[in-house]
Design a protein around this ligand. Structure first.
Ligand code: HEC
Length: 303
């Protein structure tokens, strides 16, 4: 136990450095390789996280005992923003908040690992780790610039560059493997790839649905969860989502087929991807039931 705590005391800011670099490279991986569109709140978190990657590295190199004081304002603010963002995604506490009404929606859950790990959750974890590690460093008065005899200590180049280069190497590999995915390239080159997906699908063009309550429910959910990318009218938004209402894809698929497509979403490397943009699983709303999504598809079949 004592050994762990003394190891932690000596290395707390290296752990913070590692967390900041993983968070920065990971967020760039999600947006640049996987194609997930960052929302306004994501950008605020980036503004607070990215400088830390540099500040912690330089502070460690210079053995600046004040480093925690430079880090904590950023990490605490970041912790606040990502907590807010996570609650926005997972609860109704801030329903009706006007954040991200346009562009990429802040409530879109691009990933939902184990049912709770979303991108803001990952950011929250990183900010929390950086905050805790800075507090440990603060309490210890580490790092020090001089040894007991008063001689200046050398800059810890090896440790700092080891962390940075290690993270960069892992993410460079991820970037290269993502960028060279042949299916991504194929999907980008073949705009008609989707046409072959649903041979013999049941055609329902008029979409007359008798139950008005379902349509109202569908409209509400559509406006909350899908309109940010597919447009309030369902006719699509440039660089966010394509046309749904009145599209050939809707005409040539049954509601059940649409349900399956919406549940799965479309990654960039999905052969059916036509836009080079990502459709998040369940439209980023894993909490929607099958009935909810079917209400949305029925609503979208109305003229
Ligand atoms: C963050 C943006 C975003 C959100 C939110 C979103 N979508 Fe999408 N959706 C997309 C993109 C981008 C595509 C196109 C993917 C492609 O190239 O095939 C798409 C494609 C689709 C398709 C396939 C259409 C076709 O012509 O291939 C359906 C159906 C669909 N979305 C339904 C929904 C529904 C229903 C919701 C809400 C529950 C929703 N989407 C929320 C971005 C989004």
């Amino acid at each position: 136990m004592e050994r762990i705590s003394s190891w932690l005391n000596r290395n707390s800011l290296y752990i913070a450095l590692l967390a900041a670099w993983i968070a920065m490279c990971g967020s760039l991986y999600f947006s640049e390789v996987r194609g997930y569109a960052p929302c306004v709140l994501c950008w605020y978190q980036r503004i607070l996280m990215y400088p830390l990657a540099g500040v912690i590295a330089i502070g460690l190199l210079r053995r600046d005992g004040n480093l925690p004081y430079y880090v904590l304002p950023f990490s605490l603010l970041g912790l606040g923003v990502s907590t807010y963002h996570y609650l926005l995604e997972k609860t109704d506490l801030f329903a009706g908040s006007s954040f991200c009404a346009q562009g990429a929606s802040c409530t879109t859950q691009w990933i939902n690992w184990f049912g709770f790990v979303t991108i803001p959750f990952l950011a929250l974890t990183a900010f929390l780790l950086i905050t805790l590690m800075s507090l440990i460093a603060l309490l210890n008065g580490e790092p020090v610039a001089e040894d007991e005899e008063g001689d200046a200590l050398r800059m810890p180049w090896l440790q700092v560059s080891g962390v940075v280069i290690g993270v960069l190497a892992v993410f460079t590999a991820l970037f290269i493997s993502g960028a060279q995915d042949p299916q991504v390239a194929a999907a980008e080159q073949n705009p008609f790839a989707t046409l072959s997906v649903t041979p013999g699908a049941q055609v329902r063009v008029d979409g007359t649905v008798s139950d008005p309550a379902t349509l109202v429910h569908g409209e509400q959910l559509y406006l909350q969860s899908c309109a940010a990318c597919h447009g309030a009218d369902g006719l699509g938004v440039a660089n966010l989502g394509n046309q749904l209402r009145g599209s050939d894809f809707f005409a040539s698929n049954t509601d059940e087929q649409l349900l399956a497509v919406i549940r799965q979403g479309r990654e960039l490397n999905d052969p059916a991807n036509t836009t080079g943009l990502v459709m998040p699983p369940s439209g980023g709303r894993p909490d929607l039931s099958d009935e909810d999504i079917l209400a949305i598809t029925q609503y979208l079949r109305t003229p």
